[in-house]
Design a protein around this ligand. Structure first.
Ligand code: C2E
Ligand code: MG
Ligand code: MG
Length: 637
């Protein structure tokens, strides 16, 4: 009997297990999967030894029992292959439903394998003496190996197909483990007396442990708390399982320690850490320097512990009332209102960096409004990305009527995007988010390309149009390469720049006036003209018009409306019109919906009118039809 190698394997595994259970751990799915692999390999070794004994003493214990033990050993081989596959799946299936469904399929295959192995006959290969069994074979063995091969192939297949989803260290470790296993199985197949598969399995487990599953990698060495990586893994798992948890964030900026002499700080910090480690029912994480995150499974418990912690912090440390530390506190009672780990981390970062979110007592209760804002930001961000990637960005055109010429002489290009269900999304719900994320640069470029392509395909002059107005965002205006990029686009489509009028807003210059002016000068040098949009909103400043080289001022809808509702507003409007005309600039009045409003604007001497009275913004094709059918003929009549 050659059981020395198996015994070595068992000792090795017991040692590993000892190290494993001694460490602080959080309950991670990957660790559960690892334990499955561990125990499958362990029992494989145990049953390897038992089956050798059982077969040798089959005359004593009876053929039936010997056969049962030999087959049980085969089953443990199957369990190893199955557990390897399930271990691999931990990273792959993000949604719980998909994970469960796949696990069910693999489990059914396992059960079929187990039943087949037990039900099919097993045969012994004898040595020359006709008595000593060298190895087992026959249908039962074929079923086991066949099924194990299926599991191995599935594991390698998933490893290759879902490569990008699997942690590379896991891929590498599982690869090494399986290769060691398969190679030793081959060697054992040729040299049947070398019973080394079980031992090789134990070595494989050691590789997994050292590369991936050592719980120490989840710990922060300095504090003994769990580290940021562990927080990431754990919260990802909780969100995937849709399990609720409560969060207490404690932020220690340097100012928190201002009451304490610097030489005493380390000692105080250590005492605080000791205190946090002992908070009942909490999982403490050191997310980053000066940032402790405590997770609780229950909001009530979290609230109670939070109060106690804050109370404790009103006392001093190191036995002195003067040594007080004042961190900032965040409380999120129900984390399941957030959808993804990334959003969770963004929320923590956002709150930490924004002092306004904290009350006088350095406390911030994360409100539904904050989370709603975050969720909207992420959903809309995704909507924009999808629209950009799937060519679902569209441009509508709203005609602008010239009171002098009594026909449509220009139009404003207005961006729209189509969502995945074919619904139209208006700019009011995504421009701010596109600006925040910087995606407005790409979005603006797409809009501009579409406008240039429209101008190239449809001769504007033939329709009596002088130019198309295109909105520029504040972010675009502050972008160094805006002029160069836009000139390149106009060149690409061979568009005469006189057909382009770019709309800027007053807020653009408060951000980066120098860059804005450089961009404007470069574009004007090329032949593009500018308008000032949104006049009459916010803190409109007539001086601003003096400063900015614009040709047109666009009165916002709110200003035109105020004119009809407020007596004083009339005087303001009269004065503004007078001054703007005095500077030789044109005015476009936006938001004109009725004939009465139109007449009033005309009487005020406003030369250009934009509003639903003439038309809503139209898709390209309808806009062309609109121009074709009625370029103001009826008004002329
Ligand atoms: P804006 O540039 O002031 O555009 C005028 C807005 O007023 C448009 O809304 C237009 O549909 C609306 N409007 C025009 N006439 C009437 C009217 O008679 N009644 C009413 N109730 N509304 C009228 P829209 O298309 O929803 O655009 C909203 C804002 O989104 C724009 O205001 C502009 O600031 C921004 N935007 C639109 N397209 C773009 C774009 O391509 N780039 C950038 N950066 N911003 C854009
Ligand atoms: Mg505009
Ligand atoms: Mg406007």
């Amino acid at each position: 009997m050659s059981i020395q190698m198996q015994c070595c394997g068992i000792v090795l595994m017991l040692l590993l297990f000892y190290f494993y259970i001694r460490q602080r751990r959080i309950s991670l799915d990957t660790q559960k999967a690892f334990l499955r692999v561990f125990w499958a390999t362990f029992f494989c070794l145990v049953f390897d030894i038992l089956s050798i004994f059982a077969i040798d003493y089959r005359h004593v214990i009876g053929n039936g029992i010997a056969e049962f033990v030999a087959k049980s050993y085969l089953i443990t081989l199957l369990l190893v292959a199955y557990s390897a596959l399930t271990y691999m799946c931990v990273d792959i299936y993000e949604t719980r439903e998909l994970y469960r469904c796949k696990m069910k399929i693999y489990f059914i295959l396992l059960v079929i394998g187990i039943i087949g192995t037990y039900a099919a006959p097993i045969e012994y290969h004898y040595a020359k003496d006709g008595e000593t069994v060298l190895y087992t074979h026959g249908p039962s063995v074929i079923i086991t190996y066949g099924m194990a091969v299926v599991f191995f192939i599935a594991t390698f297949y998933l490893m290759k197909r879902k490569k990008e989803k699997i942690n590379p260290r896991r891929r590498e470790a599982v690869c090494i483990w399986l290769i060691v296993w398969v190679v030793t199985a081959q060697i054992q197949f040729i040299y049947t007396s070398l019973l080394m598969v079980g031992y090789a399995g134990a070595i494989g487990i050691m590789v997994l442990y050292l590369k991936l599953e050592n719980p120490e990698t989840n710990l922060d060495r300095q504090t003994g708390m769990f580290n940021g990586g562990a927080l990431h893994q754990y919260t990802r798992q909780m969100f995937a399982k849709k399990q609720d948890f409560a969060v207490v964030g404690i932020f220690f900026e340097d100012i928190a320690y201002q009451n304490i002499q610097s030489e005493k700080r380390e000692a105080v910090k250590m005492e605080i850490i000791e205190y946090f480690l002992k908070v009942p029912d909490a999982l403490p994480f050191k997310k980053s320097q000066g940032e402790i995150i405590m997770l609780f499974h229950n909001a009530e418990t979290a609230k109670k512990q939070l109060e106690e912690m804050r109370q404790r912090f009103t006392l001093g440390w190191e036995g002195s009332d003067t040594k007080q530390v004042h961190p900032r506190w965040l409380f999120l009672p129900h984390a399941n209102v957030i959808n993804r780990t990334e959003d969770f981390f963004e929320l923590l970062r956002g709150v930490r960096d924004d002092e306004k979110q904290f009350s006088e007592k350095d406390f911030c209760l994360v409100s539904d409004e904050m989370i709603g804002k975050l969720n909207r930001k992420n959903e809309t961000g995704q909507l924009i990305i999808d629209a950009i990637n799937n060519d679902r960005v569209d441009v509508f055109y709203q005609p602008i009527f010239s009171t002098d010429k009594q026909r449509i002489t220009s139009a404003e290009a207005l961006v729209r995007i189509w969502d995945g269900d074919g619904n139209l999304v208006m700019p009011g719900s995504f421009i701010d988010i596109a600006e925040e994320s910087g995606m407005i640069l790409r979005l603006g470029e797409i809009v501009f390309e579409k406008v240039c392509s429209f101008i190239k395909q449809n001769s504007l002059e033939r329709y009596g149009l002088h130019y198309i107005e295109v909105n520029l965002s504040v972010v675009q205006c502050a972008y160094d390469y805006l002029a160069a990029d836009y000139i390149k686009i106009m060149d690409k489509y061979g568009v005469d720049p006189k057909f382009i009028n770019l709309e800027i807003t007053e807020s653009a210059s408060t951000n980066a006036k120098k860059t804005l002016l450089e961009n404007m000068n470069a574009l004007m040098g090329y032949g593009v003209s500018f308008s000032l949009d949104d006049f009459g909103t916010g803190q409109s400043n007539l001086n601003y018009i003096v400063d900015m080289p614009v040709e047109i001022v666009k009165f916002d809808k709110s200003m035109t409306n105020a004119y009809f509702e407020n007596r004083k507003a009339k005087y303001v409007m009269d004065a503004a019109i007078h001054m703007i005309h005095g500077m030789g600039l044109k005015i476009v009045s936006e938001g004109i919906e009725t004939e009465e409003q139109y007449r009033a604007m005309e009487d005020l001497g406003i030369s250009h009118i934009q509003g639903y009275y003439f038309s809503r913004p139209l898709p390209e094709k309808e806009f062309v039809e609109f121009l074709n059918s009625r370029n103001c003929v009826e008004i002329l009549e």
